[in-house]
Design a protein around this ligand. Structure first.
Ligand code: NAP
Length: 301
């Protein structure tokens, strides 16, 4: 029986582990893949306070070492179910089950992929899912953003300040995202709208060199680009916990800034919860908050 089980060893989960251990709680961190989460795919983090340059992998490794040095236990097992019985919260994994007084779900979210054959191998070589993370690598270059929601619109606006040309490619002729952002984009001379079109192929010679775009009439155009920012929505990793926590329409766990869910003793931290800003620094902040709230909850039992 642990005091706190944390599901997910990304920045939110590992920060929660640090805070929980510093409050002298026994901590088990369960992770389905390897530690670090989404941040390990970022080549250079430039927006974490007091850390002007660090690779995502180095950042995650330092966080992992910090949490383990403080005594957090890690097991690399996928949590497939959670149960609540009285004061006991149980996490079932593929290999066994573990009990705790409180749970923190910090499983993050996955960017939806376009599903193109060479998409995965070009991540970090022209294909990105995070304009604020990787935009600076495309100063004065030509980039494309695909998607029509607020993320795509905001990414295009952010990139318009850096890149020479930004193509914004959307599969319909009307954006899902806010009109106010669309109006700002229309004022930018270096933003070109490509409507009723989808990206159907990625051309590369080691790095991305061009994209093939197909419109609704079947017409195919090749655009030479250095970067492609994919912003076609996210998939929060909450499916296995939906029986105990309320999710919004997009699948994010409903919780406010205190990271409490509607099930007592079950907290949620990081990208899988409803929030406005999904960044490394806000994931870490959630980890601190969720652990602090979990410690308060245990003290109240
Ligand atoms: P989203 O709102 O779900 O939009 C995803 C976009 O990608 C849609 O325009 C969709 O097209 C398109 N799309 C989906 N699958 C596609 C595919 N396979 N190929 C091409 N296009 C595809 O996702 P999001 O922009 O990441 O935003 C997620 C949530 O966060 C939203 O509620 C959004 O409002 C919110 N958000 C808010 C802010 C803010 O308030 N500042 C900033 C960012 C995000 P269709 O439109 O045709 O479906």
């Amino acid at each position: 029986m642990y005091d706190i089980i944390i599901i997910g060893a990304g920045p939110a989960g590992m920060t929660a582990a640090i805070y929980a251990r510093r409050a002298s709680k026994s901590v088990l961190v369960l992770e389905a893949k390897s530690y670090g989460g989404q941040i390990v795919s970022t080549p250079d983090i430039e927006n974490y306070p007091a850390e002007p340059h660090i690779s995502g992998f180095d950042f995650a490794t330092r966080l992992y070492e910090q949490a383990t040095a403080l005594g957090a236990e890690f097991r690399f097992e996928k949590a497939v179910e959670i149960r609540v019985e009285g004061k006991v919260r149980t996490v079932v994994t593929a290999r066994g089950s573990y009990e705790a007084g409180a749970l923190i779900i910090a499983t993050g979210s996955e960017c939806r992929r376009l599903g193109l054959p060479n998409e995965d191998e070009l991540v970090g070589r022209g294909v990105s899912y995070c304009a604020t993370c990787d935009g600076a690598f495309f100063k004065k270059k030509t980039v494309a953003v695909v998607g029509g929601g607020n993320t795509a619109l905001e990414d295009a606006l952010y990139l318009a300040d850096l890149a020479e040309t930004v193509y914004l490619i959307h599969r319909r002729d009307e954006f899902r995202g806010e009109d106010a952002t669309v109006a700002k984009l229309k004022e930018r001379e270096n933003v070109r709208f490509v409507f009723n079109s989808t990206v159907t192929a990625l051309k590369a010679e080691k790095k991305l060199t061009a994209i093939e775009v197909t419109n609704k009439s079947g017409e195919v155009t090749e655009l030479e680009v250095n970067g492609l920012f994919v912003a076609v929505g996210r998939i929060p990793e909450n499916r296995n916990f939906a029986s105990l926590i309320s999710l919004d329409e997009a699948g994010y766990a409903k919780a406010s800034e205190n990271c409490r869910t509607d099930t007592p003793g079950v907290f949620v931290a990081g990208d899988n919860r409803t929030k406005e800003v999904r960044q490394l620094v806000t994931a870490a902040a959630d980890g601190a908050t969720a652990a602090t709230e979990a410690v308060k909850y245990l003290a109240s039992l």
